[in-house]
Design a protein around this ligand. Structure first.
Ligand code: ATP
Ligand code: MG
Length: 483
């Protein structure tokens, strides 16, 4: 367990490139060593068998040719046969023939036969020949003993040296080792190249991630010239940073717009206070001063008729003051719409609007059940802003307003037949031009997870679509047409 953990620790520490190189090199080395061991193991018995077959065929040749000369005791011819046979095969270390009493008749040693060699191999009666392995200073010798004429005329003995066999084996293994080394070198070169191809995009991505983390959103990973996963990843990364950059710009834009909107709200508040103090001054202070004057006149009245007349005037001033204050209060009342009031409020506003601007308004308004005050007030404010735009910018003669429940969602569509405008051009510039109307509409719609769509064709008109998901509705969704 400890060993596995240690292995995991080391594996996690080293880089991808090193991992690939270690993996491929160790696999190739393992392969080369296995091939060499397997070859050495399987080639040795095969070569030994070949050596034995060579020795046996030479022994058979001598056993076939020699009886004639043994009968004639022609030692010279016998020697010629074994000498020629020895010279014909470099693996033959020695040949000698012994008679049936194991006495040497002829041999290729020149000097004395090594001690114990004659006794080292003997053919058992049931066997056609015998092979004995002798350990000598020159290495192992395979001694083959083949009886001549069933052993009656003696035995041919041939010593096959394993030396050249070993040399051949060594040469072969060297050849395999050289080839393995060559494959290893090619393998390492290919691995280096492959690991470069595999690891480089990741290294670049790591660097890019650091740059992006440091706030450099413009940083782009150089395009990896391949269509594999690395190329895909690079493209996806660049797309991602582009989108992040885009979102960051949008957020920046949004925060500028929101700041502007907040300032506008504050200045509207200031404007409202100024208007309120003016109204209070004009309506209330003036009226109260008139009242005081009126009462003073009542005091100064000479007759009851005069008192009555002056009191009537005071009452009139009082009525005017009362009406003025009521108008002021109505104007000041915040736009809070309870359930079932939205369609009515829009209708009321539209009728006043028609009178004020001379624009005809068609309406199809469903009173949507379960509409909260917030959503209803926002929808009312949206209608106000869009109608004001149609009056201010569109030079429209006809407007239509549709409020309905489509499926589960609330749909508000306002269309005018005015001059229209280039949406793609005008809307992105609203920040610098300090125009907050449509931005405010969008903010209100987003607050309820809704969607705003502005479509406009110059010369034809403008349509504003607002979609608010039904989740904002608090209860059952009944609807009734009030237009
Ligand atoms: N119905 C419309 N017809 C033609 N142009 C329009 C219409 N609605 C909006 N626009 C154009 O879009 C611009 C942005 O409108 P938006 O309501 O955001 O700003 P605004 O009305 O100019 O100023 P604000 O509403 O802040 O007082 C307008 O200035 C106008 O050019
Ligand atoms: Mg506006």
């Amino acid at each position: 367990m400890g060993l596995i953990n240690r292995f995991n620790e080391i594996t996690l520490k080293i880089g991808l490139r090193t991992k690939i190189i270690i993996l491929v090199v160790s696999l190739l080395l393992f392969l080369a060593v296995s091939v060499m061991i397997e070859t050495a193991k399987s080639i040795t018995p095969f070569l030994n068998q070949q050596l034995e077959l060579q020795g046996l065929s030479t022994a058979k040749y001598i056993a076939d040719r020699s009886p004639e000369y043994i009968y004639r005791s022609d030692i010279f011819m016998l020697y010629t046969i074994i000498r020629d046979a020895k010279n014909s095969n470099s693996n033959i270390r020695y040949i000698f023939i012994v008679d049936e009493k194991n006495k040497v008749m002829v041999d290729t040693f020149g000097n004395a036969i090594p001690k114990g060699l004659i006794e080292s191999n003997e053919v058992i009666a049931s066997e056609p020949h015998s092979v004995s392995i002798i350990d000598t200073e020159e290495g192992f010798i395979r001694d083959i003993a083949l009886p001549i004429s069933g052993g009656k005329l003696g035995t041919v003995r041939i010593g096959m040296s394993e030396k050249s066999l070993l040399e051949a084996k060594e040469k072969m293994l060297k050849g395999i080792a050289f080839t393995a080394l060559l494959i290893l070198l090619i393998g390492i070169s290919l691995t280096l190249y492959l690991s470069h191809v595999l690891a480089t995009p990741y290294q670049r991505l790591i660097q890019a991630t650091r740059e992006v983390a440091a706030g450099n959103m413009n940083f782009k990973v150089p395009q990896w010239p391949s269509n594999d996963e690395a190329g895909e990843l690079t493209r996806a990364f660049n797309d991602m940073t582009e989108k992040i950059e885009q979102s960051a710009q949008e957020i920046e834009q949004l925060s500028i717009m929101r700041r502007g909107l907040a300032q506008k709200v504050m200045s509207v508040q200031e404007e409202e206070r100024r208007w309120l103090s003016r109204e209070l001054h004009d309506e209330t202070s003036q009226s109260l001063a008139s009242l005081r004057m009126g009462l003073k006149y009542v005091d100064d009245a000479q007759s009851l008729t005069e008192v009555e007349q002056r009191l009537n005037e005071v009452r009139k001033v009082l009525d005017d003051t009362f009406n003025g204050i009521r108008r002021l209060v109505t104007n000041l009342r915040p736009c809070v719409l309870d359930e079932g009031e939205l369609a009515q409020a829009i209708t009321r506003y539209a009728r006043e609007f028609e009178k004020r601007f001379g624009i005809t308004i068609d309406m199809s308004l469903d009173e949507i059940a379960g509409l909260s005050r917030e959503v209803a007030s926002s929808l009312f404010r949206i209608v106000q802003e869009v109608l004001t735009n149609s009056a201010r910018h569109a030079k429209a003669s006809q407007i239509s307003i549709i409020l309905s429940l489509v499926g589960d969602d609330i749909h508000l569509t306002i269309e005018d037949d005015g001059v229209g405008f280039d949406v793609t051009k005008v809307l992105p510039q609203t920040t610098e031009n300090q125009k907050y109307g449509l931005f405010g509409v969008k903010e209100r719609v987003i607050a309820f997870d809704g969607k705003l769509q502005v479509e406009s064709t110059p010369g034809i008109g403008t349509t504003i679509y607002v979609r608010i998901p039904g989740e904002v509705l608090s209860c059952g969704q009944n609807q009734s047409d009030v237009s």
